[in-house]
Write a protein that binds this ligand. Sequence first.
Ligand code: IP8
Length: 261
Amino acid sequence: LNLEILKLGGSVVTNKNQPMSMNTAAINRIASEIATAGGRGLVIVHGGGSYGHPLAKEYEISNGYHSDLQLPGFSKTRQAMIQLNSILVNTLLDAHVPAVSVNHSSFIITNNKKIGEVDFKIVELYIKAGMVPVLYGDAVLDTEIKFTILSGDQLAARLAIDLKAQRLIYGVDVDGVYTANPKLTSNARLIEDLSLSHMKGMVKIGEALSTDVTGGMLGKVQEATSAVEAGVNVLILNALKSDYIYNALRGESVVCTRLRR
Ligand code: IP8
């Protein structure tokens, strides 16, 4: 099975600075790029963006249970993600991609924020039937802290490993991993080839400097490390630029960061 996992960042599918707002132009274009590329042997995972993150933050879901006041927040976060997922799946269907929503928060449990044992048989069977499963970062139950937020980044990496995907593509709103934050620093350079040892060094430095260890590009690199170790080719590319996803899915060369062993 020639399989690819495509993670679409929340900063791609939604307008991040406007609550509950879709980036309609971007998702329409991406859906048609996926359709034209063939759209088979593909699993799509999307992030929370302005649907999931504001609620997750307001109710402090990510660090687990501390008050009953969080309980409606857990459910509201899930409802927002279901809504976002539904819009995305409908957009893919309109573009004639045989997308199907997979509500994995009903069967994935984390152990202190990390996915433990999980059976992706359902996802595998959808793919074998010719469909394109669409999963997402979500509020999930946790064995140690009762509940947490499972990022789409972690889920995508785990799917890539368990389903033995050829490639894992992270579509984000910048061209890849830079030497510094390109949104803050004008002389930031794109790193086109990132080795595992370089990645591990970066993650260490990032942990010391960053206030938000789970989020952003470093979080992505950290989650991707395990997939790279398992032999998956990982690309981080700009999904807001026309045809980048199309070219990547076609196996053509594209400006991006490649993670390698
Ligand atoms: O945007 C988190 O997924 P991510 C989703 O991939 C929620 O980190 C519910 C905030």
